[in-house]
Write a protein that binds this ligand. Structure first.
Ligand SMILES: [Zn+2]
Length: 467
């Protein structure tokens, strides 16, 4: 790693003062930011040999932080296109039962490449499907993230409540409690890096109240806390889930997790759409974080997260693309735009500013993952995760406010994405891996996963031919 100077760009720092610079500089040494400010970078003997980038016409923001994803779903996009969550899951579980490590690696590479191309420098992954003959699928996602170069927070997910035991998934896609706990412990011991500049941190993530047993939720929380890693799950996503929890536990989803000692500052919840005022108070009081996934919530017709109420209560909120099977676009840039639009559509024009939306995708997401001291803002001493967006093309040139251009406009070309000081994207192309090869492999993975009864696009034969 060497020194790099970005000069002449607008800068949104997301630091404690929310400082912005109309035409500023950013100096990076190794994997850290060493200077940021207005005007040209000061001349320094220390950086005489630095690479200098003329960043005029661009906006620098912190690299975006994605707090919820299922990378493997990149190979099952476009299926159950008009279904709600439970019907969508029921159609897709048998498809996902065919996953193996090779398919997961190719799918994950596609998802990660697109995240990088759309400004995301840190992503989590919630992987909860481990087919018996599928090989080491968790390692496959980690290999893909290392190859692309994103900062990665994989979770060892799990499901142990098959249909015969009252759960939603078919029995052949769930594991036993003992298998899950042993594999989760191994994954933490092998992969988790607690260092302050870590490129990989593990978390523990039972899938959802309707696919895991109470015993698994309790044991998973205990395991995570013994190993000082974070806890994650889907919660309060749909009205169907509310009904399921009322019927099986006599509680709301939040009351159910709370009764198991699950809520806390080491926990973040995906979705959190169906929340009462008292549930929001409880999430806030326990310091629990939320991954807001507006596109997926819209795609599945799940509802609209009460982001304004969560933020007013002091809850840490980040954004998530969710899996590509319920968000075919899977771009965190789009989630920023969707977050503003959904908040305003339900709560009025004051419900969220464009800067607050960008905040959710940067320092907000960093907080949700427990990394606000290291990433999520552009300040001296922080890790060099930077997105440099080009705002001088026909799509954005002349837009009065660069933040409004980024948040409300279409996705700008990404001039550069730095992760840990290393260029991952330059001039809107991935530079750490071959995009065309990734696309071809992801296409083959989708065909294989669609199965023998399906065509290349995953469509039944008659629909493919009738176009
Ligand atoms: Zn999800």
């Amino acid at each position: 790693m060497s020194a790099l100077v970005l000069d002449g760009c607008a800068i949104v720092t997301m630091d404690g003062r929310r400082a912005e610079f109309g035409s500023g500089h950013l100096v990076i040494d190794g994997n850290r930011i060493v200077a940021v400010g207005q005007g040209s970078a000061p001349a320094s003997q220390n950086y005489a040999a630095a690479r200098r980038v003329d960043a005029s016409g661009c906006l620098a923001t912190p690299g975006l932080v994605n707090t919820h994803h299922h990378l493997y779903q990149w190979a099952s996009r476009g299926m159950a296109a008009d279904s709600a969550l439970f019907g969508w899951l029921t159609e897709l579980y048998p498809v996902w039962a065919r996953l193996d490590a090779g398919l997961v690696r190719d799918a994950a590479a596609g998802a990660l490449a697109w995240l990088a191309r759309t400004g995301c420098s840190t992503t989590t992954d919630h992987h909860y499907l481990f087919p018996r003959q599928g090989g080491d699928v968790l390692r496959a996602t980690i290999d893909a993230a290392r190859a692309i170069g994103l900062r990665f927070h994989p979770t060892r997910g799990s499901m142990d409540l098959g249909a015969s035991a009252g759960g939603l998934p078919p029995d052949d896609v769930v594991e036993s409690l003992d298998e899950i706990l042993a594999a989760t412990q191994c994954a933490i011991e092998e992969f988790h890096d607690p260092a302050p500049d870590a490129m990989l941190r593990m978390a523990v993530a039972p899938c959802s109240p309707f696919s895991v047993s109470t015993g698994l939720l309790t044991a998973a929380a205990d395991l995570a806390r013994r190993h000082h890693v974070r806890l994650h799950t889907h919660l309060a996503e749909t009205a169907d889930e509310d009904e399921y929890c009322a019927e099986h536990f006599g509680k709301s989803p939040v009351e159910y997790l709370d009764s198991l000692g699950w809520l806390g500052p080491d926990v973040w919840l995906a979705h959190a759409v169906h929340l009462t005022d008292s549930a929001i108070s409880r999430i806030a009081a326990t310091g629990t974080g939320v991954a807001h996934c507006p596109t997926s919530n819209g795609r599945l017709g799940s509802g609209i997260c009460r982001t304004r109420a969560l933020l007013d209560a002091g809850v840490s909120v980040g954004l998530g693309v969710d899996g590509a099977a319920s968000n075919e676009e899977s771009s965190l840039h789009s989630e920023v735009r969707q977050a503003v639009l959904m908040a305003r559509a339900s709560g009025g024009a004051e419900a969220m500013t464009v800067r607050q939306a960008l905040e959710l995708a940067t320092i907000g997401g960093a907080r949700v993952l427990g990394r606000e001291a290291e990433i999520g803002s552009l300040e001296p001493g922080k890790l060099a995760d930077v997105a440099l967006w080009r705002l001088d093309t026909v799509a954005h040139a002349g837009c009065a406010d660069p933040v409004a251009a980024l948040v409300l406009g279409s996705r700008p070309p990404l001039e550069m994405l730095l992760v840990n000081g290393v260029p991952v994207v330059e001039q809107d192309r991935l530079v750490t891996a071959d995009e065309d090869q990734i696309a071809a492999a992801a296409g083959r993975a989708s065909t294989a996963l669609a199965g023998p009864a399906q065509g290349p696009a995953g469509l039944p034969q008659d629909r493919r031919l009738s176009r």
